[in-house]
Design a protein around this ligand. Structure first.
Ligand SMILES: [Zn+2]
Length: 266
């Protein structure tokens, strides 16, 4: 994604160190350079650039309200239900969904057209929501910055603020999540859709739909993610391991709702 990372970094200029926070998903303490409030500011600044760089917000209030309502069903059951999330459709042919720091989540019309049920939409939005709640973006900023600035525990040289920013810009440009973070986003997202009342197979079907699309061309949603076959394997294992199938039998699919609120309107 070509968002103006310079702007993100500039808005983070004020940070020194957020210190140790408890990760809402793992419950573990971790050292992070950006606080939740700073994340919010970074996301707000970056979200202002989304329309300019990635595509217009879809001009259809019914469709946007629907995307938002499904997203907020996920947000209501996530690890940080008091956090403010926003879910928006943008007009772009790429098959993509992404999260900015601070809970700004986007899905493209290209991806919306590939899906065919509300449960599948919920699965995509839940995966992105999990990247936010598990603080993956801040983990990456922190990790990349530490590597880039060459800071070690033994180091006595504290980098200047200019060096800090330069490091962040460079690393944000090439930032992608690790395989562990992607898997965690799938597993946590799967949990969210089940608690929100959707069939867990919504996530498996999403992978199947995307896999079909990916034949012979690069799918943006995949370019930074593990292969769909691999993801499908562990998602199916998880469904059995966690007895999600019991819930899954009664879980919602919402095909008619998705058709009338999304597919018929695109
Ligand atoms: Zn992801």
């Amino acid at each position: 994604m070509k968002i103006t990372w310079m702007l993100l970094a500039a808005s983070a200029l004020g940070f020194i160190c957020s210190g140790c926070d408890v990760n809402p998903v793992t419950g573990q303490e971790e050292f992070l350079l950006v606080s939740p409030a700073q994340e919010k500011k970074m996301g707000l600044d970056a979200s202002a650039q989304v329309e300019k760089e990635l595509g217009q917000s879809v001009q259809d209030q019914q469709l946007q309200d629907y995307i938002s309502s499904v997203g907020h069903k996920i947000a209501a059951v996530c690890h940080t239900p008091n956090e403010e999330f926003s879910y928006e459709a943008i007009d772009h042919k790429s098959v993509n969904a992404f999260a900015l720091p601070g809970g700004y989540i986007y899905i493209t019309t290209g991806l919306l057209k590939v899906l065919n049920s509300e449960a599948q939409l919920a699965a995509v939005l839940a995966h992105e929501t999990a990247h936010v709640t598990a603080r993956h973006i801040t983990q990456q900023i922190t990790r990349d910055f530490i590597i880039n600035a060459g800071i070690t525990v033994a180091s006595t040289q504290v980098p200047s603020p200019a060096m800090r920013v330069a490091g962040i810009v460079k690393q944000l440009e090439g930032m992608s999540f690790t395989r562990e973070q992607e898997r965690q986003a799938d597993e946590v997202g799967l949990n969210y859709i089940v608690i929100a009342g959707y069939t867990p197979y919504g996530m498996v079907e999403t992978m199947e739909a995307l896999q079909k699309q990916s034949d012979g061309r690069t799918i943006e949603f995949f370019s930074t993610h593990p292969s769909p076959e691999h993801r499908m394997e562990y998602i199916k294992e998880d469904i059995i391991k966690r007895d999600y199938i019991i819930y899954g039998k009664t879980g919602r699919k919402g095909e008619a709702e998705y058709k009338s609120n999304v597919l018929d309107r695109l």
